[in-house]
Design a protein around this ligand. Sequence first.
Ligand SMILES: Nc1ncnc2c1ncn2[C@@H]1O[C@H](COP(=O)(O)OP(=O)(O)OP(=O)(O)O)[C@@H](O)[C@H]1O
Length: 362
Amino acid sequence: MNWDDETATAEERIVDASAEGDDQAVEAALRPKDLAEFVGQEKVRQQLDLVLKAARQRGATADHVLLSGAPGLGKTTLSMIIAAEMNAPIRITSGPAIQHAGDLAAILSSLQEGEILFLDEIHRMSRPAEEMLYMAMEDFRVDVIVGKGPGATAIPLDLPPFTLVGATTRAGLLPPPLRDRFGFTAHMEFYEPHELERVVCRSAGLLDVAIDPAGAAEIAGRSRGTPRISNRLLRRVRDYAQVRADGAITREIAAAALGVYEVDSRGLDRLDRAVLTSLLKLFGGGPVGLSTLAVAVGEERETVEEVAEPFLVREGLLARTPRGRVATPAAWDHLGMVPPQAAGPGSTTGNGGTGQPGLFGA
Ligand SMILES: Nc1ncnc2c1ncn2[C@@H]1O[C@H](COP(=O)(O)OP(=O)(O)OP(=O)(O)O)[C@@H](O)[C@H]1O
């Protein structure tokens, strides 16, 4: 395949962990409704269960909760579960939607007692709004500024007690005064394949699709540790099973379907493999500079660095070194190629660089 002919972009990726372009109604239908249904994240679940039970017993609102972790790991889902477990209404907004302190004041002043305020991407809130939030979280009070210049006056406004659930993909970007005001902080990890198998089986049940354990394992193994991707792949495999087979999902059906969508056995898509293939075939596995690699792939530098590389690094297929990008032995292995030293003089690959056995197959 000539990787230069077609370029994969983040927006069109089936393995993108963000919710862009997803069918929101289907995603909502697949959300677990309580902690018992929420798969994996054992520590977070146990701790949160205690926090919520204790608050319920005291008849108080729960402490503010900060959830950090990569997109698609279940932060929004957990916030809704918190509301359900506390039997409280939930208001959902996001950092980018709150650009002025006034925007936040309007939301805070209309909260009901005990309400859950879910603030996604909390690290992207404007500075004045963030400062207003400090006081709101600590004292359940805000100062609303009326007027401008020397005549401006601050009118204190009492708020009903509420629980803020903040979500961020970048906990390190939060200023310490904000981080410190959360009573409970949870970091969400990527999921293990056996946990994603449970996510896939549960979702298949809700979608009324027949699936056997091997089929679920095949989808889970290609889901990059992320339930949102599992659910998306499941929907594509369901289409394939319906159109090309009898509707039931087996390992063979899942592998064939995801082959059509170019998601390989480890969850790499076309862009990921284009990066690895260039690194191996053109640069003997590196080290090579990011810009050179990006030109070879026919992509922007940022796309390679921000879209493809994080997963390749996490999978142990690529290393970022001071001298440039380097492929690991696992990368050669995954693409079915042999490193130059191992292949002997004059050879860059053990198979002419053409064979990629088993990548899409079961
Ligand atoms: N632990 C889980 N068990 C079962 N399904 C889950 C779990 N976590 C997430 N999901 C599913 O994955 C989808 C995405 O989850 P969610 O929207 O909560 O992720 P998120 O972390 O809030 O993502 P983002 O950061 O993009 O907002 C949901 O439809 C939900 O069904």
